[in-house]
Design a protein around this ligand. Structure first.
Ligand SMILES: NC(=O)c1ccc[n+]([C@@H]2O[C@H](COP(=O)([O-])OP(=O)(O)OC[C@H]3O[C@@H](n4cnc5c(N)ncnc54)[C@H](O)[C@@H]3O)[C@@H](O)[C@H]2O)c1
Length: 263
């Protein structure tokens, strides 16, 4: 429970879902956590070493001011978790230019601004771990959300380039690439609880593990990447997706499951 003891972690998108679960794991592992989000946290965390700040991560001025404040108070940043993102489940031809610009701002500009604000401090100290939330849509094509997937591929490209550029200076940069994880975002892509129950079968059908994941399962991986245990892991994508990105499921998943006695 002390894999991050003494480390200062900055989190963007820490109020819900994967971000909030990661804040909790960071705290449990002994980190000092400066969380931020455009919203207040869904849960009040009464933990030593935890602060939450309201920050619109698309806004250059707010991001820079937040990171300046962290450095002024803590003296450094050891870990950056750039996790802000929203989904857009639309075909390319149905996507408006405004929607295209918005999703690139929320998914790519946020990681760019967070990294640009933190990286100089890490370079100065020749140490730091940056974890960026991509998606399995960042490593594979999916039919329903091409523009979302473009943003998540962009993050992988930025991550790899940063890892190559700064590895010799002690900076590690990796992406996590979750599959379907049960969060507000996943449920928000659907219109009703009933639809979630129905659509969940489709998500399960396309996931070899035959279930959706939990936010804490993602958070455990972020802790590992942030920690010194991952000190020689740099420039990689880390799928956390029950084998979804490992290969296509057969179209007859359900009949196959019945044959195998899974259901
Ligand atoms: N849930 C999934 O199935 C899944 C799968 C793959 C990737 N992801 C990625 O994981 C990340 C977290 O998603 P989640 O599932 O936990 O969703 P979520 O909606 O629960 O969390 C997203 C967080 O980002 C915050 N946010 C949104 N706009 C912001 C802004 N302008 N400034 C600051 N914060 C802002 C939200 O308030 C929220 O707390 C996203 O990048 C998402 O693309 C999620």
């Amino acid at each position: 429970m002390d894999r991050l003891t003494g480390k200062v972690a900055v989190v963007f998108g820490g109020a819900r879902g994967i971000g909030l679960a990661t804040v909790k794991e960071f705290l449990a592992e002994g980190a000092t956590v400066f969380s931020s989000d455009i919203r207040e946290p869904a849960e009040e965390l009464d933990a030593a070493g935890y602060t939450h700040t309201t920050v619109d991560a698309t806004d250059e001025t707010q991001v820079d001011a937040f990171v300046r404040e962290v450095v002024a108070r803590a003296g450094r940043v050891d870990v950056l978790f750039a996790n802000v993102g929203v989904h857009l489940g639309k075909s390319l031809v149905d996507t408006t230019l405004a929607e295209f610009d918005d999703i690139f701002a929320l998914n790519v500009r946020t990681a760019f601004l967070a990294t640009r604000a933190v990286l100089p401090h890490m370079l100065e100290r020749k140490a730091g771990s940056i974890v960026i939330t991509s998606s399995n849509g960042g490593v594979m094509g999916r039919p329903g959300d091409p523009v979302y997937n473009a943003t998540k591929h962009a993050l992988v490209g930025m991550m790899k380039s940063l890892a190559v550029a700064h590895s010799a200076k002690g900076i590690r940069v990796n992406t996590i690439n979750p599959g379907a994880i049960d969060t507000d975002m996943l449920r928000g892509t659907l219109n009703s609880p009933e639809e979630f129950e129905t659509k969940q079968h489709q998500l399960v059908a396309s996931t070899p593990a035959a279930r959706v994941g939990e936010a804490w399962e993602v958070a455990k991986t972020v802790v590992f990447l942030a920690s010194d245990e991952a000190r020689f892991i740099n420039g990689i994508v880390v799928p956390i997706d029950g084998a979804k990105s490992a290969g296509a499921m057969p179209g007859n998943r359900y009949s196959l499951d019945f044959e195998l006695g899974v259901r």
